[in-house]
Design a protein around this ligand. Structure first.
Ligand code: CTP
Ligand code: MG
Length: 241
């Protein structure tokens, strides 16, 4: 579980960046609002996070003038609040952390999870929480399975050693105040921060990797919606999903 603190009062929060436009999805709506069975993607994602009983609250980063959020099933959930995000994912996460700093304590932790990953399982989140120790944080990730080519000008320049390469997933778990400062510093320095771990690495930290599941997909392209639907149906038959 989360590291014990002097006060023993460490709480767990979640941030869901949901301010993207979903360009690669080529849909009429941002992908987090597309229907997946009976619910929209963002509601399914929120339900998975809220299944963790120790969660103190969730902050969702939304695009400015987002007309869809109000129709979500979780819009009035007592543990859920919203904030306006920014032009990049990192800026959207930082905006949420800025708001959370008003409510959180110095020993609190935060799970950051993409709105576009509705298939994350409660057991994976619990494994991540178990792995948190020290202050460097931890993320769900998977070793890559394809042979990885470095490509320049549409031609192969090299084959990389796959044994050292993992694909980063979310949730990513960090001490809340530290993550705020690492993200702010990375953004200020113009570093390309595509996940929270990148900000931690820029600050000299070494977040741990926790083996995630292959079905924790990020809905990115149109075909991913069908895949997510199949995964959710299959997980419904499973015990540990
Ligand atoms: N996100 C965000 N703020 C941004 C950009 C992205 O909160 N300015 C969120 C997205 O809503 C998504 C998550 O970050 O939940 C992961 O980003 P990605 O999968 O790249 O989503 P989009 O940026 O919306 O998609 P695309 O890159 O295809 O436009
Ligand atoms: Mg994007």
């Amino acid at each position: 579980m989360l590291p014990a603190t002097a006060s023993g009062a460490s709480r767990l929060w979640a941030v869901i960046p949901a301010a993207g436009v979903g360009e690669r999805m080529q849909a009429q709506l941002p992908k987090q609002y597309l229907p997946l069975g009976e619910h929209c993607v963002l509601d399914l994602t929120l339900a998975r996070l809220l299944s963790v009983p120790s969660l103190a609250g969730v902050l969702v980063s939304l695009a400015a003038e987002d007309p869809w959020w109000e129709k979500c099933e979780h819009a009035r959930h007592p543990k859920v609040s919203v904030v306006t995000g920014g032009p990049t994912r990192a800026a959207s996460v930082l905006a949420a952390l800025d708001a959370l700093r008003e409510r959180a304590g110095a020993d609190d932790w935060v799970l950051v999870h993409d709105a576009a990953r509705p298939c994350v399982t409660k057991s994976s989140i619990e494994q991540l929480l178990q792995a948190a120790s020290g202050g460097d944080g931890a993320i769900l990730a998977r070793p890559l399975t394809d042979t990885i080519k470095q490509v320049r000008d549409d031609a192969i320049a090299d084959t990389l050693d796959r044994r050292q390469l993992w694909g980063a997933q979310t949730p990513q778990l960090f001490p809340l105040f530290a993550l705020h400062d690492w993200l702010a510093a990375g953004l200020k320095a113009g570093v390309d921060i595509t996940d929270e771990a990148s900000a931690a690495e820029y600050a000299g930290k070494q977040p741990r990797v926790v083996m995630g599941r292959g079905d924790n997909i990020k809905i990115t392209h149109p075909q991913d919606l069908l895949l997510a639907e199949a995964i959710l149906a299959w997980q419904a038959q499973e015990d540990d999903a």
